[in-house]
Design a binder for this molecule. Structure first.
Ligand SMILES: C[S@@+](CC[C@H](N)C(=O)[O-])C[C@H]1O[C@@H](n2cnc3c(N)ncnc32)[C@H](O)[C@@H]1O
Length: 310
């Protein structure tokens, strides 16, 4: 087995590459196969997730459903991220009894939330603007509240309070309008000890740091030194440290922002911007491509997305 001085991370990564048959993530999340595990906590929690899925043991109220590549990827990375925050003592399982997930997408991270906190499905709210995604989420989470439409409007008008509001891979947001509005509307919806968990791509996170710098009476904890996880900030309403400057370490050369004219299934072209600055960001795009290939193999956007990874 190769040795490395990189906190053992590279060594473990080579270990899985040398013994691909032993990699617990392999059949489960193809998009993760080039990534290194983040240690034994990551390994154990991934295995638990894999068992949860493979043996069809649904979380309370969940149907047994096969997951596609992006759902699996979303579930695994969210589980690893929650495990990392727990490991740092920034979150406890007991403090989270109600969750709102903004921009749920395929629902992978929300599956991890239910399993990780052992949350009854009716304590989870999912917000998703795309009607087709929301319809799928209703099938996947029949006992949870799924709100289709602009989640910002819903957060601005609802009466609920949550122990945790999550935005997994928020955006991307080039103009900071989404991040600013999300923070402004989500903070009042937190319980007194509640937390806002936001993870996103490097470009959006740079804007989010400026946004958080303008908000008073909050405290921020940053997870930015795990290349296999998305950049993450945990915000609480406890007056404390504002945003530190440590995101300055994250390089964002122009070449990491790739744009492509991605055709939708009807052939309409739209310019999409992808930030591919970290191994995680590339793996997320790979998982997206895998999901497209499995669901709509003739989709013209697949080849264009693949070119972005070249
Ligand atoms: C990059 S995807 C992330 C999906 C999922 N959280 C994950 O990590 O796999 C962002 C999602 O947010 C949704 N979204 C964007 N703006 C929204 C809004 N204002 N309200 C609700 N959902 C929104 C998009 O439709 C998309 O599904």
């Amino acid at each position: 087995m190769a040795h490395s001085s990189n906190n053992g991370r590279e060594t473990r990564g080579r270990f899985w590459r040398d013994r691909p048959e032993a990699d617990p993530r392999r059949p489960f999340a193809t998009g993760l196969q080039d990534m290194n595990p983040t240690g034994w906590v990551g390994f154990l929690t991934q295995s638990a997730c894999r068992l949860f899925h493979s043996f069809g043991k649904p979380a309370p109220g969940l149907p047994k459903k096969p997951l596609h590549a992006l759902q699996s990827f979303g579930m695994v990375y969210a589980d690893m991220l929650l495990g990392a925050l727990l490991g740092k003592g920034w979150l406890t399982r007991r403090q989270v009894r109600s969750v709102c997930d903004f921009g749920s997408g395929t629902g992978g991270p929300a599956l991890a939330i239910l399993a990780f906190f052992g949350l009854p499905a009716d304590r989870l709210t999912l917000l998703e603007s795309q009607e087709t995604q929301a319809a799928r989420l209703r099938e996947l989470f029949p006992k949870s509240r799924v709100v289709a439409g602009n989640g910002l409007l819903w957060l601005g008008s609802c009466r609920e309070r949550y122990d945790l509001i999550t935005a997994f891979m928020l955006g991307p947001d080039a103009g900071d309008g989404l991040t600013l509005e999300f923070v402004q509307r989500a903070l009042p919806r937190l319980t007194r000890t509640g937390r806002l968990l936001i993870c996103t791509d490097t470009a959006t996170m740079h804007g989010l740091r400026c946004v958080l710098g303008q908000v008073s009476g909050i405290s921020c904890q940053w997870l930015v030194d795990e290349p296999d996880l998305p950049l993450t900030v945990l915000v609480s309403k406890i007056d404390g440290n504002g945003p530190p400057d440590n995101l300055g370490n994250v390089n964002l050369p122009e070449s990491n922002i790739r744009s492509a004219e991605i055709a939708d299934a009807h052939g309409h072209l739209e310019t999409e911007h992808y930030c591919l600055a970290t191994p995680f960001e590339k793996a997320y795009l790979r998982a997206t491509i895998d999901a497209f290939e499995a669901e709509t193999p003739t989709h013209p956007g697949i080849a264009q997305m693949k070119r972005l990874l070249d």
